[in-house]
Design a protein around this ligand. Structure first.
Ligand code: DLL
Length: 432
């Protein structure tokens, strides 16, 4: 099912809506956000200079740092009387990013999520269990309201207390699981520890996962563990939270809510636009925000844009899976390495678990990585030869895929700390 006709418009009509809304967003930023007025002045531009969609490139770019420098409300175009909700990013250091929503912003957010869960296959007949943490994080309340709009029954479980999560999912017959993919896998593990078979004892049929990257191998694991159809969706606090894009049942990439978000992919170094299909940094201009009309937000997420028709009938552009973040990239012995490449290798190897930890260290002024990997198949523990073979297999695969030979530590099952939200896969032990 398709939620909104706006998802099926001919390209010219989508672009016409985008241009009209872009002009409006630019006027909102210029008129109501002194920070942007200054930026426009520095660049020598006025809102009237935006006459085509390509003119978006004239606009200033915005980074997380700009949010920090203007903390807490410096980028807001509305004051307290128009704001009905606040959220904040999950940043671990310094000031968080504070975001505000007017009533209209909340309506648009619900609409975007309603589209995304509908494209994943969720209907009003479903019972949706939300395992994102409720609170300042945009994930839980964002998905919550969109699911209600569709008419699904929402179980606002929040994160943590994993055994109780399983009991509630089982007893309430949840058919949809919402959360981070890594926590969903943890829940599968806990169900098994409780003596349950998640495929038989739970009724989950669809997963809507997001908030962190996941590989195809991870999707396959989720489908295998729960017997579900796992989909992913994407968004970020600075642009309101989840709701930027999501996968339909064709799994051909994440359909972008293009009437609400104008996406560009640029070379992360030169900032020049890249053609469709080429991987670069995703830059997004939200088109309908009252409170936060952010101009060209640099997400640091690496992806590509695709415009070929999708068999689902939607005409909106799709973004490919996020292959990493520009700030997640490790340079080891001169080679660029992304955690997602490591995950692909690990998840395509038999006998090891879905939790791992990448440790970056400095030895003699050179960066090195070590990867802790859990051995889950007990057969390996009974034979030193088998363990050595596994170790060698992983090393060879890592070398072929990454071009480097990281140190691999095979560790006991369940010895790596589990996260109940976004997984922490990298431990940076470099001397600062
Ligand atoms: O994670 C918003 C969200 C919540 C999206 C729930 C989807 C579902 P932040 O905490 O601000 O917001 O983190 C945003 O998370 O820039 C990406 O690096 C990463 N991210 C989010 N979704 C995906 C995804 C929410 N599907 C940051 N694939 C983003 C890869 C993702 N990375």
């Amino acid at each position: 099912m398709i939620w909104s006709l706006n998802e099926t418009l001919p390209r010219e009509d989508i672009e016409e809506i985008q241009l009209k809304r872009l002009k409006h967003a630019v006027r909102n930023a210029y008129k109501n956000v002194p920070y942007y007025r200054d930026q426009f002045k520095k660049l020598g531009i006025k809102p009237k200079d935006i006459q085509t969609l390509d003119d978006v490139r004239l606009l200033p770019m915005t980074t997380k740092e700009d949010f920090r420098l203007n903390y807490p409300y410096g980028l807001f175009a509305r004051d307290a009387k128009d704001i009905v909700r606040y959220h904040a990013s999950s940043g671990t250091t310094g000031n968080p990013v504070i975001v505000g929503y007017s009533r209209k912003d909340l309506e648009n957010w619900k609409e975007d999520i309603a589209r995304i869960v509908t494209m994943a296959g969720v209907t009003k007949r479903d019972t949706a269990h939300i395992s994102f943490g409720y609170g300042l994080f945009t994930g839980a309340l964002g998905l919550h309201q969109g699911l209600e709009k569709v008419g699904a029954g929402v179980v606002p479980m929040s994160s943590g207390n994993s055994q109780k999560q399983i009991k509630m999912m089982k007893d309430m017959g949840a058919t949809v699981l919402i959360g981070t993919p890594s926590y969903a896998l943890r829940l599968g593990e806990v169900a098994q520890e409780m003596g349950l078979d998640p495929r038989e004892d739970l009724k989950l049929r669809v997963g809507c996962f997001g908030g962190e990257g996941s590989t195809e191998a991870m999707r396959n694991k989720l489908n295998e563990v729960f017997g579900m159809f796992a989909t992913e969706n994407y968004g970020l606090s600075e642009l309101g939270g989840p709701g930027v894009s999501g996968e339909c049942t064709q799994l051909t990439g994440m359909h972008i809510n293009e009437d609400h978000f104008l996406c560009e992919v640029v070379d992360p170094v030169t900032l020049e636009p890249l053609p469709p299909g080429e991987v670069g940094e995703l830059v997004i201009t939200p088109l309908t925000k009252d409170v936060l009309p952010v101009m060209r937000y640099r997400t640091k997420d690496l992806t590509s844009l695709h415009y070929e028709p999708c068999a689902c009938g939607r005409t909106t552009a799709r973004m490919s899976k996020v292959s990493g973040r520009t700030d997640d990239m490790m340079i080891i012995s001169g080679v660029n390495v992304f955690p997602s490449q490591i995950e692909e290798v690990l998840f395509s190897t038999e006998g090891i678990g879905t939790n791992y930890l990448i440790k970056i260290k400095t030895e003699n002024h050179i960066d090195k990585i070590e990867i802790d990997v859990e051995v889950v198949d007990n057969a390996y523990l009974e034979s030193v030869d088998a363990l050595e073979r596994l170790h060698k297999e992983l090393q060879t695969k890592m070398h072929t895929t990454l071009g480097i030979r990281p140190k691999i530590n095979l560790v006991e099952n369940k010895s790596i700390e589990r996260s109940e939200g976004k997984a922490k896969r990298i431990l940076d032990l470099r001397e600062k």
